[in-house]
Design a protein around this ligand. Structure first.
Ligand code: UD1
Length: 341
């Protein structure tokens, strides 16, 4: 019997890539999304890539308890991957109640329903933002979390704690938190990818939108950081590699391989890449020249952060495999696809 995974936020950027990988690995997927931050482009892309025209998009707002209950009554599910959340750092600073309301309430509701309906395996989509500005790099899962620098980051920390506390109080619940570094790129088919609304905050969508002519000029935020070329260092993880880490983590839970009720894994490449190197690589692999300028530092940015990925390698048998050049080609192919070029 196929195991069934509920993917909340399954029509979004990460959720759609994870749905593809789960289906291709032989899992059944229940996709649920309230469509508040995406349209059906990626969901349609998932259907095309997997040939699953019958795949259903369940419209569910996870803050709506009655609707969540209905979903759990309709399907028998074995695991949950929870993505449904707001994710814009700046917006969370401007409107914290929007973030605390939505991100916490939806998670509490879905764990409660899972518990009542006998779904015991919960994977939470966390972020390297929980580490803050750490001194010792690379960061391991044992690196202490520092106070969050935004309400968005705080919701990630609190949701991790909610999951940890539930796994310790309710003995049947098992939880995994995956801490993503910087997810970028698109599926090689160019049928699914990131679709930011309005002006992108993140680097790669800003680059591709500049390249396609939607934005005039890319600002590199600061070139006076204490790094080799003066620009910030991040760990850019390919979206398909990231999606595969979810399949590995779900299998670990469903196959009874967990060594504790609650486990945390970093999901990154382990390789720091500077903003300048990323821009240079994008230009080189796609044969383009970007209009860009050096701008002042952006408030709240950390100088450098990258992952120690040994634990994910050892316990999940997972590691990033896609080259940065291929990831940046896929990001450009996707941008051209949505621009109709
Ligand atoms: C942010 C969030 C992180 C989230 C990630 C992906 C924080 C502190 N960061 O990471 O939680 O997982 O987005 O959604 O919560 N840059 C430019 N010009 C631009 C845009 C970015 O130079 O137009 C630089 C930034 O200064 C930074 C790097 O590019 O050094 C990456 O920025 P970004 O893509 O926004 O991701 P993070 O801020 O690292």
């Amino acid at each position: 019997m196929k195991k069934t995974v509920l993917v909340s936020g399954g029509a979004g950027y990460i959720g759609s890539h994870v749905t593809v990988e789960l289906l291709q690995a032989g899992y059944e997927v229940v996709v649920a999304d309230n469509m508040s931050n995406c349209d059906s482009t990626c969901f349609e892309g998932v259907r095309k890539i997997t040939g699953r025209d019958d795949l259903k998009l369940n419209i569910v707002d996870f803050c709506d308890k009655a609707r969540v209950e209905e979903l759990f009554s309709e399907y028998k599910m074995d695991a949950l991957i929870h993505f449904a959340a707001f994710k814009a750092v700046g917006e969370s600073v401007a409107d914290p109640l929007k973030y605390y309301g939505n991100n916490l309430e939806s998670f509490v509701n879905v764990i409660g329903a899972a518990h009542r309906h006998g779904l015991h395996n919960i994977l939470f989509s966390s972020s390297a933002t929980v580490y803050g500005q750490v001194e010792d790099l690379p960061v391991t899962e044992k690196t202490p979390r520092l106070p969050a620098t935004s309400p968005y980051g705080n919701t990630k920390q609190i949701c991790e704690d909610i999951l940890r506390d539930c796994t310790s109080a309710y003995k049947d619940i098992k939880g995994i938190a995956l801490r993503y570094f910087n997810p970028i790129g698109a599926h090689p088919s160019a049928l699914i990818g990131e679709l930011p609304r309005g002006v992108p905050n993140n680097l790669v969508p800003f680059i591709t939108q500049t390249a396609v002519g939607k934005r005039e000029c890319l600002s590199i935020f600061g070139n006076d950081y204490p790094t080799p070329d003066g620009t910030c260092l991040r760990d850019y993880i390919d979206i398909v590699d990231l999606a595969k880490a979810h399949v590995a983590a779900v299998s670990r839970m469903l196959d009874g391989k967990m060594e504790a009720d609650y486990e945390i894994f970093n999901v990154g490449t382990g390789r720091p890449v500077s903003v300048q190197e990323l821009v240079d690589t994008f230009e080189k692999v796609n044969g383009l020249k970007l209009n860009c300028k050096i701008a002042p530092r952006r408030d709240g940015d950390v100088t450098a952060i990258w992952a120690d990925t040994a634990l994910a390698g050892e316990k999940l048998g997972w590691k990033a495999t896609r080259e940065l050049s291929d990831t940046l080609k896929s990001a450009w192919e996707w941008e051209k696809h949505i621009a109709g070029k």
